[in-house]
Every structure is written in structure tokens, then in C-alpha cells.
Design a protein around this ligand. Structure first.
Ligand SMILES: Cc1cc2nc3c(=O)[nH]c(=O)nc-3n(C[C@H](O)[C@H](O)[C@H](O)COP(=O)(O)OP(=O)(O)OC[C@H]3O[C@@H](n4cnc5c(N)ncnc54)[C@H](O)[C@@H]3O)c2cc1C
Length: 472
């Protein structure tokens, strides 16, 4: 760890810019500022870089998902199936691979900071005024850091309602679940958003019985309805009991179980509860009042199109500004905020972000859904490719999955792409590139271009031909 250099820069401040938070948004911002030749420091209380993304969010959950995916594949393979009862292995043991990935990620990203000579200050930051941050250092000391401009990239944490005892050993949120060190047979997941659905896949893969409590009428209702229906169908097949339109009344906790009472009058007894209902931005410890900033809903900060808060030398990016609360976008938002800050004329705000949901199988989409196009009265058509018909899918044993292309029936412009099936989060990027190519966004691209064979990407050609057959 490099202790920051308190020598003043060419101006009157210690740093040209200070970034608060070493997650994806903070890292990308710091690298952009450093590459612009400015003196920058990043403040984060963790001894290791990577933010919540690397330590409790994206990386451990995706590595855990991969371990569970491998377990499922091995179970299906008579040669690899060793008769292991995976539901007798505690979750924190399944996470051993994830811990290795986290270690490697931290090493890689630490090198980025070193190579770009970004100072890392380990401590909690809070504002003293518009150009001064007070840092509570990890060794207990206090340090003042002055700066010309700052970027707030403090991320978010699971929202914890007061009436639930998260200190109870049978009550978890998405941070705490990574430490679950005992075996369960059944688990309740409260909240069926992306994180809730991803954990429902992980737990059923391990053989747990899952009660998934959805406060909405449909799973992930912003998805194309067919894809959302496919997910519900597969969840039910794998033993997830989905309860839609429900709301918690109270939770009773005991040494050996939890009982969830729902406002509809239902009660569910289970071994543990995982709370996945919302997140709060980490702004409460920043003393924002000292700079005249006031957070909006759940601690989030409002920014303009240049990622600037209402205080003109203070920018914000990543989960702390809300939409879309994805690591993928946080990197880009951090880089854009820094680009605007240093006056880069090529800076563009993040607007189009694909959906990537790592359930088993995956979901990914970009552009409009059938519901939206129907509502807007756009004359569209659908082209579909089912994975089970693709040579590559048959070779690698993919049984389910579909790629849907929605296109304008007159211009053949691609309006939306929706994919359900393994590798969906990768497959979507082919369509995304075509959709965003200037003058080249047409279904014909997939018919006139030779793709490798056999590949999953062939789904685009099959779907395009299928769609064209519907046009008359
Ligand atoms: C279970 C789970 C799975 C996810 N899966 C995906 C996925 O598959 N794909 C995807 O794109 N996104 C995923 N996400 C979302 C993704 O993790 C977040 O969008 C991303 O971490 C946001 O990055 P960030 O840089 O804004 O903040 P964070 O990663 O939250 O980092 C913020 C950092 O700021 C620090 N900080 C906070 N307060 C202070 C302070 N006062 N002073 C100094 N430092 C402070 C924190 O310690 C932290 O290190 C997932 C999230 C969860 C919880």
C-alpha cells in the first residue's frame, strides 16, 4: 500500500482530483485522470482495491455461479458424476474458487494503480468543505486531503429494513451470504430482482429447495415477456416455488429456522432467509451537508449529463447515482465523469447498456421488447433461433435457449435482441455491435455475413432467416 504524498501540486491543493471509492467507477475515473497527466488519489477503506464489485458483488457471485454450473454439468455426466451430495457442502466451501478469482482480480487491478501512479489512501472519506476531505485512516489516525475536483464513487450496499435482524445467523443479505458456513435444505429468497433470481439458480443448482418471494406480478417484468416466462418455467422445473405479488408482514427467527409471514396471510418456514430487496447508496458517511449536497432516494446522488452534482467541482458515478447499478456501466460512467472533468471533447454519457442476468441459464438483451414495440405501434417482426437446433449447442449439450431478433418489417432495422440460454451475455454483443453500427443496422447483415461454423453465433443467421420468412 502506498501512503499518499502530501506534497502540494502545482496549484494550492494536494491533488488535482480525488476519487472516493475503489470499485469499477472509481478505478476507471482514476485511470482516466492519471492518463490526462493530473495528480490523483483514490480513497477506500478496504486494504484491497476492487470495491464491492470484486469483494461482495459481481465477482464472487459470478465465480460461485460458475462453480455451481460445473457441479450441475458434472452431475449430468455419467463419467464425471462422483455421487457427491452437493447440498451437504456449505456455501462458503463452494466459494473456494471464487476466493481465488477475487485474489487474482485484486492483484491485476492493483498493478493498474501502481502503473498509473495513482495514490491509494486506505480510510473512510468525509467532506470538510468543497476542497477538503477528512480521511479516517485504517491505523486510527485522521488525515486531511485537499483537492481541486472530486468524484464520488462510493457504490451501494444491500438495503436493510429496521424490522429485520440481520445479525441473526439465519438471516442474510447478498454481502453476508458469502459467509454462510452451515448446511441448509431450504431457503427463502425475499425479492426476485436480478440478484434474487441469480441466487435462486445458485441454490437450486446446489439442491436446495427455494421459495422465491416476488413483490411484483411477474419475474423481472422489464424483460421481454417470453423470456421472463421461460425463466419462470425453468425455475419451477428446477424446484423454485415462485410466489408473485407478495409482501412481507414480519419475520420470526429461531435457532433452527425462520418463519416468514406475508401480508396475504401465507406463512413459510425455512432454514434461512436471503434478503434481496433493494440497495442503498453509501453516502451517509460522506458528511455531504458540509458541501451543500443532499442525497435523493435511498442515498443516491443526482447528476447532470456530465456526471456533475449540484456542486460544480464534485462529480459522481457508478451505483451511487442509481441507474443502471451495474459494474459494466459503472466502469464507463467513471471514465466518462473523469473525461468531462478533464475537458475531453470525445466524452459521451452512458446511455445504452445491455441487460446481463447470470441465472442458469443466462439472460441478456438490448433494445426494445415486444411489449414496448406493440405499445408504440411499431410494425415489427420476430426472428427466432432455438439453441436445440444449432450444431454447436448440440455438441456442447445446451438443451434450452432461444435468440429473438425484433426488427422493423419495412426497413429491416434491428430494434431489439433478447437471448435466453447459456452464453447469452456474450452472444448479445454480436447483435449490439450491429445495432450500434452507423448505417449498418439491418437484419441483412446476418444473412450476408459468413460466421464460423459451428458456433452459438450462428443463432443470428438462423433467427434472421426465420424472421425474413415472416415478411411479405
Ligand atoms: C450479488 C451481486 C451481483 C452482481 N452482479 C453483477 C453482474 O453480474 N454484472 C454487473 O455488471 N453488475 C453486477 N452487480 C452490480 C455491481 O457489483 C455494481 O454495480 C458495482 O459494484 C458498482 O460499482 P461502483 O464502482 O459504483 O461501487 P462499488 O463496487 O460498490 O465500490 C464502491 C467502493 O467505495 C467504497 N466506499 C464507500 N464509502 C466510502 C467512503 N466514505 N470513503 C471511501 N470509500 C468508500 C466502498 O468500500 C467500495 O470499495 C452485482 C451486485 C451484487 C450485489
Amino acid at each position: 500500500m502506498k501512503r499518499f504524498n502530501a506534497k502540494k501540486n502545482a496549484h494550492k491543493y494536494d491533488y488535482d482530483a480525488v476519487v472516493i471509492g475503489a470499485g469499477p467507477a472509481g478505478e476507471a475515473a482514476a485511470m482516466k485522470i492519471a492518463k490526462s497527466g493530473l495528480k490523483v488519489a483514490v480513497i477506500d477503506p478496504r486494504k484491497q482495491v476492487g470495491g464491492n464489485c470484486t469483494h461482495v458483488g459481481t465477482i464472487p457471485s459470478k465465480a460461485l455461479r460458475q462453480s455451481v454450473f460445473n457441479i450441475i454439468s458434472n452431475r449430468r455426466d455419467p463419467i464425471l458424476n462422483q455421487g457427491i451430495d452437493y447440498h451437504l457442502i456449505p456455501l462458503n466451501k463452494v466459494l473456494s474458487k471464487a476466493r481465488e478469482v477475487v485474489r487474482n482480480q485484486v492483484e491485476t487491478h492493483t498493478r493498474f494503480y501502481e502503473r498509473n501512479q495513482v495514490d491509494l489512501i486506505h480510510g473512510w472519506a468525509s467532506f470538510k468543505d468543497r476542497h477538503t476531505i477528512q480521511v479516517a485512516l485504517s491505523d486510527g489516525a485522521e488525515q486531511e486531503v485537499t483537492f481541486e475536483k472530486a468524484i464520488i464513487a462510493v457504490g451501494s450496499r444491500p438495503y436493510r429494513p429496521d424490522f429485520i435482524d440481520f445479525d441473526h445467523p439465519r438471516v442474510f443479505d447478498s454481502d453476508k451470504i458469502l459467509q454462510m458456513d452451515y448446511i441448509v435444505q431450504r431457503i427463502i429468497i425475499y425479492g426476485a430482482g436480478v440478484i434474487g433470481c441469480e441466487y435462486a439458480s445458485i441454490f437450486t443448482g446446489l439442491g436446495y429447495k427455494v421459495d422465491l418471494i416476488n413483490t411484483q406480478g411477474q419475474l423481472l417484468s422489464y424483460l421481454d415477456a417470453e423470456i421472463s416466462d421461460a425463466l419462470s418455467h425453468d425455475f419451477r422445473q428446477f424446484g423454485v416455488l415462485i410466489r408473485n405479488n407478495e409482501e412481507i408482514d414480519r419475520l420470526e427467527t429461531y435457532d433452527d429456522c425462520v418463519i416468514l409471514y406475508l401480508k396475504s396471510g401465507k406463512r413459510i418456514k425455512s432454514d434461512a432467509l436471503l434478503w434481496c430487496n433493494g440497495r442503498s447508496a453509501n453516502t451517509d458517511s460522506l458528511n455531504l451537508g458540509a458541501i451543500g449536497l443532499e442525497p435523493i432516494r435511498r442515498g443516491q446522488l443526482k447528476v447532470n449529463e456530465f456526471y456533475q452534482t449540484s456542486v460544480d467541482n464534485i462529480y459522481a458515478a457508478g451505483d451511487v447515482i442509481g441507474w443502471p447499478s451495474l459494474a459494466s456501466a459503472a466502469y464507463d460512467q467513471g471514465r466518462c465523469a473523469a473525461a468531462y472533468m478533464v475537458g475531453d471533447e470525445n466524452a459521451r454519457p452512458v446511455q445504452s447498456v445491455p441487460t446481463g442476468i447470470y441465472t442458469i441459464p443466462e439472460i441478456s438483451s438490448i433494445g426494445k421488447t415486444e411489449q414496448q414495440l406493440t405499445e408504440e405501434k411499431v410494425p415489427y417482426e420476430v426472428g427466432q433461433a432455438f439453441f436445440k437446433h444449432l450444431a454447436r449447442a448440440q455438441i456442447i449439450g445446451e438443451r434450452s435457449g432461444v435468440l429473438k431478433i425484433l426488427f422493423h418489417r419495412e426497413t429491416l432495422e434491428i430494434l431489439g435482441i433478447h437471448c435466453y440460454g447459456n452464453h447469452a451475455s456474450e452472444i448479445i454483443h454480436i447483435g449490439q455491435a450491429v445495432m450500434e453500427s452507423k448505417g449498418g443496422n439491418t437484419l441483412e447483415y446476418f444473412i450476408n455475413t459468413t460466421f464460423n461454423y459451428p458456433t452459438m453465433a450462428e443463432a443470428y443467421r438462423v433467427a434472421a432467416l426465420n424472421g425474413l420468412n415472416r415478411v411479405f
